[in-house]
Design a binder for this molecule. Structure first.
Ligand SMILES: [Zn+2]
Length: 223
């Protein structure tokens, strides 16, 4: 199925995913290329499901009570001594506090180095004809306008389901995905966390299999 396929056409039941603990308090499909945000309160788990397969989900986390405290890729990688995110990764803030923990994932690893695509980087990498294509940065800025946030709140992000291998010489690849339809990541909030997502619209490299698709969000509350 392609991005022209509405999210409602995907059969989530067919994935037969393990049950989250506690009742579902929020559930929403994010259409291909769209932004999304929600506060996940401490103790709740957010599940992100890659319904179409190989769909990069760009994500920035903020302390919901004080968004000046936000995700820090550098602190997260340094603390865990690993550039990739996987089960057990604690997603740390710029103040060293855990915002969320990856409690389960069926994808081998997630990226936090590749960054968010922008019109500027598209132009540089793929040519001026891509300048009119909206990118993840535009999605983040658009979603931030809902709560008086903006460009100053853009920081290095997480790319769930995106395959960015670090080669032996230190160079980065953006290569064919290792995700697939029905794979997921579970994130437990360690504090009340504002989760802001860009369901990546990129069509010029393999991060979305050249075909952006919807993702599905589920929040469960075990308390
Ligand atoms: Zn993107």
């Amino acid at each position: 199925m392609s991005s022209q396929t509405p999210a409602s056409s995907y059969n989530l039941e067919a994935f037969d995913l393990p049950q989250l603990v506690g009742p579902v308090v929020h559930e929403q499909t994010v259409e291909a290329r769209a932004p999304w945000s929600h506060v996940v309160t401490a103790g709740q788990t957010l599940r992100i499901i890659d319904v179409g397969g190989n769909q990069a989900v760009d994500c920035i986390l903020y302390n919901a009570a004080d968004p000046i405290e936000r995700y820090s890729a550098a602190d997260t990688m340094t603390a865990q001594n690993n550039v990739y995110l996987t089960t057990g990764s604690r997603l740390l803030s710029n103040e060293g506090n855990p915002l969320m923990t990856i409690t389960a994932t069926t994808v081998e690893r997630h990226d936090t180095i590749g960054g968010a695509c922008s019109r500027e980087s598209n132009t540089l990498r793929y040519g001026h004809h891509t300048y009119a294509q909206h990118a993840c940065v535009e999605n983040f800025i658009l979603d931030h306008t809902r709560r008086d946030m903006g460009k100053r709140d853009m920081v290095s992000n997480i790319n769930f389901f995106m395959n960015v291998p670090v080669e032996a010489d230190g160079s980065l690849g953006i290569v064919d995905g290792i995700s697939a339809p029905g794979l997921y990541v579970d994130l437990r909030a360690e504090m009340d966390t504002l989760v802001v997502v860009s369901n990546c619209p990129q069509i010029n490299n393999p991060c979305n299999g050249f075909d952006p698709t919807p993702v599905h969000m589920v929040i469960a509350d075990p308390s």
